[in-house]
Design a protein around this ligand. Structure first.
Ligand code: GUN
Ligand code: ZN
Length: 659
């Protein structure tokens, strides 16, 4: 019932399928009041709405009508409807007069598309005992709900809400236990107080700790999140659904939502956007209106900006620029900046999800960008690469650096043992923000060249790359640091300078493709792939490497967009022989073996095991349990997702090895 179409960070564009139609996610579900709804939210972009089953249950008229005619008639909405269970009322009034079983059955009876069990929204910062007691009940009720659904053959989709207050181990425990159930959607609950009090740092902790223990192939809903300024950050963490009464509550209070925060009508000199309302009326017009009309118009504006933001977010996911959007949005408020800074503490986890390459370039928008998973990924990879005896560190040029750096290089400062320069024994790297050191051979790989940072550096990033360099050069005998690098970093450590005609860089295509292969597939891949009578064919137009042959046999192609190598049959064979199991492999079960051999795509559920380093868009080998090569292809998912998903394609197979 949930299909993922595109991914960036932990964010996804997906389709949620319900009996009343499909919903494109990330989606916002406006809260519909069953009695006093004035706005036709569908007209303003809502594909799905949420309403409160408990309020209907408590009102005899509404209840009867809902039972007789169904929920969709009752609230006059023919698309998918999610219902909440009264948990919110429970958290406000301390009690509700409905049981978990009753509310599940009632939601199904009135034909809700997605129902919710009666979880206990434990407030943030309560004492531990309270959080544990509440959580016990929440978990019992979630289990009971699933049981009721099964026993009564209920077709309604089911929400199992993650609670646990601000205790991260409890959030994890709750999410992990709920994952064992057959629930359909996983909302993250009791976050409204965090958002209302601008505790975005804690919000990030709560969401990430929940998210890390939830299945990847089900939608997650950030309950009660309705302010558009939080959407991008929440989506980057993996949230697919939002619900909001904010559009109407803020409107009742004469407040206009925007991605930059909230505007009070009383302070407005100018209308803040270009929606129908903002184009047609002035702030004075609105102020002069009767309360109800004004409220409805402001609510329209609020819905407009909320849906516009979600469209922008989905577009950013398609492009691979979600984090740039998050960084931009989080500059709207220092507390949001805390959120994005806190997110950097999860880059280890984020890296497991983030696609290897993206359509759009990596933009350094400020020190927060240093915490991105792309930076971690590159630096980690670099530490795995074999090192030569000496290292030359160069200042950045235009990108790709390797295209613009060659020949004699100028004045250097020596660090370490002084010895004669020998190009064969020397690594050449550029020191730049934000990736630190970039070997010239691999600099065309995404995102190393497909990135941009301001030319005027900030203190944080300068310190960051300096620290990285200081650690990295430890393992070299002699390090030659270009005088411009010393000047840019303002470091006076290296006081012996030399200018030598000897120190030069000569481009070498064979070295380059071997280094790319080692970086992409693992050390040793380059030697194994590119042996024999290697011929490198370049594009006549761009001069870039396109195809690499051994004699007449194609080994790999080089993808123009990100410079990663794409395997041919021979390339796959060579890689398979060279790399030890399970490196770069996806292991499929016996049943799917004939399909793989024929070149059919691999579905997640047939994968027994895979290399944990596989990321979206990687080239992978498809093997059986005996490690016989069946096929090869491009991964559509990362390793954690392949292991987690029970439906859908994992690998788009390029070719099978059927005899
Ligand atoms: N609405 C806002 N927060 C919550 C929550 O924690 N649980 C439920 N069921 N509904 C909510
Ligand atoms: Zn507007």
């Amino acid at each position: 019932m949930f299909e993922i179409k595109a991914k960036d960070m932990r964010g996804r564009v997906g389709v949620l399928k319900t009996k009343h139609g499909n919903v494109k996610t990330p989606a916002l579900m406006p809260v519909i009041h069953p009695r006093k709804q004035a706005i036709d939210v569908k007209k303003y972009g809502a594909d799905i709405v949420i309403t409160n089953a408990y309020l209907i249950y408590k009102d005899d008229d509404l209840k009867q009508k809902a039972i007789d005619e169904g929920l969709h008639k009752l609230i006059n909405f023919d698309g998918p409807i999610m219902t909440d269970s009264g948990s919110f009322q429970l958290s406000v009034y301390g009690d509700v007069d409905i049981t978990n079983e009753e509310v599940i059955k009632f939601q199904d009876l009135i034909k809700s598309d997605i129902g919710t069990s009666l979880d206990i929204p434990t407030a943030p910062f309560v004492d531990r005992q309270k959080a544990e007691e509440d959580l016990k009940i929440t978990l019992e009720r979630a289990k009971e709900a699933v049981k009721i659904k099964k026993e009564n053959d209920i077709g309604m989709l089911l929400n199992s809400v993650v609670q646990g207050s601000t205790f991260m181990d409890l959030r994890q425990k709750c999410a992990a236990e709920l994952s064992q159930l057959d629930a359909d959607l996983y909302p993250i609950g009791a976050v409204v107080p965090l958002m209302e009090s601008y505790h975005y740092k804690e919000l990030v902790d709560v969401v990430m700790n929940s998210m890390m223990c939830l299945p990847d192939n089900t939608p997650r809903h950030l309950m009660g999140a309705g302010h558009p300024m939080i959407f991008a950050l929440a989506v980057a963490m993996g949230c697919d659904l939002f619900d909001s009464a904010a559009y109407i509550l803020y409107a009742e209070d004469d407040r206009l939502l925007s991605t930059r925060g909230t505007f009070k009508l009383e302070n407005l000199q100018e209308m803040p956007c270009s929606c129908e309302v903002c184009s047609k009326y002035t702030p004075d017009d609105l102020r002069a209106m009767p309360k109800e009309k004004r409220r409805d118009l402001i609510a329209q504006h609020n819905l407009h900006v909320s849906f516009a933001e979600l469209r922008l977010i989905r577009q950013a996911i398609y492009e691979g620029s979600l984090m740039e959007l998050v960084e931009e949005r989080c500059r709207a408020h220092p507390a949001l900046l805390d959120g994005v800074r806190q997110l950097a503490n999860y880059s280890e986890d984020m890296e497991k999800y983030d696609p290897r390459s993206k359509k759009s370039a990596f933009f350094y928008t400020g020190p927060e960008s240093l915490g991105r998973s792309e930076v971690l990924r590159h630096q980690r990879k670099l530490l795995e690469m074999p090192k030569k005896r000496d290292l030359v560190i160069l200042p950045p040029s235009r990108k790709p650096y390797s295209k613009f750096i060659s020949g004699h290089l100028g004045e250097f400062y020596i660090y370490g043992a002084e010895q004669e320069f020998d190009m064969e024994n020397t690594d050449f790297m550029v020191l730049d923000v934000p990736f630190g050191l970039i070997p010239l051979e691999i600099d065309e790989l995404y995102p190393l060249s497909q990135s941009a940072a301001p030319r005027i550096r900030d203190v944080d990033s300068t310190e960051f790359i300096t620290n990285f360099m200081s650690d990295f050069i430890e393992n070299y005998e002699q390090v030659l640091i270009h005088s411009k690098v010393i000047k840019d970093l303002d470091i006076g450590l290296y006081n012996k300078s030399i200018e030598s005609d000897e120190i030069k860089y000569v481009r070498d295509d064979l070295k380059k493709i071997k280094a790319i292969a080692d970086y992409q597939f693992g050390v040793g891949a380059g030697e194994a792939l590119f042996k024999g009578n290697i011929k490198i064919e370049k594009s006549k137009k761009t001069g870039k490497i396109r195809h690499i042959y051994d004699g007449k046999v194609l080994i790999v192609n080089m993808r123009a967009s990100d410079s990663y190598l794409v395997l041919s049959k021979e390339g796959a064979r060579r890689l398979h022989k060279a790399l030890p199991y399970p490196k770069n492999r996806v292991v499929v079960n016996e049943d799917s073996e004939p399909f793989a051999l024929e070149g059919k795509s691999v579905f997640s559920k047939f994968v027994i095991e895979c290399d944990e380093n596989i990321r979206t868009r990687d080239e992978v080998l498809i093997v059986n349990e005996a490690d016989e090569l069946l096929a090869y292809g491009k991964s559509l998912l990362s390793a954690v997702e392949i292991n987690n998903f029970q439906t859908g394609q994992a690998i788009k197979t390029r070719k099978g090895f059927k005899k």
